[in-house]
Design a protein around this ligand. Structure first.
Ligand code: SF4
Length: 187
């Protein structure tokens, strides 16, 4: 069909919205329009999935500071808008009703969990770290080489730690003499 004929046809009310090559508004489905309306008016912030070392791009939608949804970021050169099932469920990291918001502690030999306030828990951890460091400190290895390290504790990070948190954890534990420092996302 020549350009002139097509343009004449578009004058008809029923074909007024049809694009010449079937692109643009005429190619947008009702579903896509509904999805657009769902996120309209929300603040969109680009972020990175916290769960694994792939680092898929995400768009975090909020309204008035409240998290509304997390979707794949089409601008990410790594994931190009896709997320695996775990990344797709990132919103639950914050809003999952079963999320624990208090420190839970089960004493050695205990059968029940108890709530601890954060300050008490931090003191207990600090005491254990200092004791384990002193008891497990090695000045030299089996061949007499100077190592100055502790084998008394290690660190295993969770997959939801971000780059900055992991950077500080590595600094802290290396400074305390630990040599076994890992992250679940790399295992
Ligand atoms: S957990 Fe899934 S979505 Fe998240 S970075 Fe890894 S592969 Fe991507």
């Amino acid at each position: 069909m020549s350009r002139t004929s097509f343009d004449r046809l578009r004058q008809l009310p029923v074909l007024g919205r049809v694009a010449r090559w079937g692109t643009g508004p005429s190619a947008v489905s009702k579903e896509t329009r509904r999805a657009g309306a769902r996120v309209a008016g929300l603040k969109a912030t680009e972020s990175v999935c916290p769960y694994c070392a792939v680092g898929c791009g995400q768009v975090v939608y909020t309204r008035g500071g409240e998290l509304i949804d997390v979707e794949g970021n089409p601008r990410s050169p790594i994931s190009q808008g896709t997320l695996c099932p775990k990344g797709s469920a990132t919103r639950q990291l914050v809003q999952q009703p079963g999320r624990l918001t208090k420190v839970r502690y089960r004493r050695p030999g205990g059968t029940d969990w108890e709530d601890l306030d954060l300050e008490t828990a931090m003191d207990m951890i600090a005491e254990r770290v200092i004791r384990a460091r002193e008891e497990g400190w090695q000045h030299v290895d089996e061949q007499g080489r100077k190592v100055d390290r502790t084998m008394g504790f290690a660190h295993l990070g969770g997959a939801t730690l971000d780059n900055e948190e992991n950077y500080l954890i590595k600094k802290l534990f290396t400074a305390m003499g630990a040599v076994q420092i890992e992250n679940q996302a790399r295992i």
